[in-house]
Design a binder for this molecule. Structure first.
Ligand code: GLN
Length: 199
């Protein structure tokens, strides 16, 4: 039997509306998370792209810097995209004091795809998807270290760009802008472990 999955989208700053629509197209109910109480009853949480230092300050101001790790420790799934991937990483190269959730044993470098071509698009082969996924990279972080226990699902130019650890997915591109909900479905099925109704 399938029940409607409920996921949260961190809605403090950044590209959260597009994630909401992608999940709704896949049959999930979406809660906009702005304070710790909004985490109650959701199975997974997306931390969207935006500006990672601004988002970190807002998470701290609302107590989500404590509540999100507690949500994950209690069995919740988390997906960080772009700035969200920075938020879930353990190490942020050159920014030792930037607050982070540190949910995934990963090292990232911010804005590390060069000044001239800071934004670009590329088709990616993603482990678990049948068709190439169109990756939209916008001032993306580069993954510079992947810890043991973290699997690389997709790479670009030799660097991992989608990785999966213990109930934490990180993608350095913007899957909500691809016009393709396949990664939202992968998150629901493979990371949140929900069974979606056939489409
Ligand atoms: N460059 C941003 C940061 O470091 C992330 C960019 C994005 O999320 N599109 O916070």
């Amino acid at each position: 039997m399938t029940t409607t999955p409920v996921v949260g989208v961190l809605a403090l700053q950044g590209a959260f509306r597009e994630h909401r629509r992608a999940f709704e197209r896949r049959g999930a109910r979406v809660v906009e998370v702005r304070k710790p109480a909004h985490l109650d009853g959701i199975g997974g949480l997306v931390i969207p792209g935006g500006e990672s230092t601004t988002m970190a300050k807002l998470m701290r101001a609302y107590g989500l810097d404590q509540a999100i790790p507690a949500f994950h420790a209690a069995g919740g799934a988390v997906w960080g995209t772009c700035a969200g991937a920075i938020a879930v990483a353990r190490d942020i190269e050159g920014h030792p004091d930037q607050p982070r959730l540190g949910l995934l044993d990963l090292g990232v470098a911010r804005n590390a795809y060069g000044r001239q071509v800071a934004s670009f698009e590329a088709d990616l082969d993603v482990d678990g998807l049948d068709a190439p996924f169109h990756g939209v990279f916008i001032r993306a972080p580069r993954i510079v270290r992947v810890g043991s226990g973290v699997a690389t699902l997709a790479s670009f130019d030799g660097d991992p760009v989608a990785v999966l650890g213990d109930r934490v997915l990180a993608t350095v591109f913007h899957p909500e802008l691809a016009g393709d909900d396949a990664l939202h479905q992968l998150f629901l099925e493979r990371v949140c472990s929900v069974e979606l109704a056939p489409r």
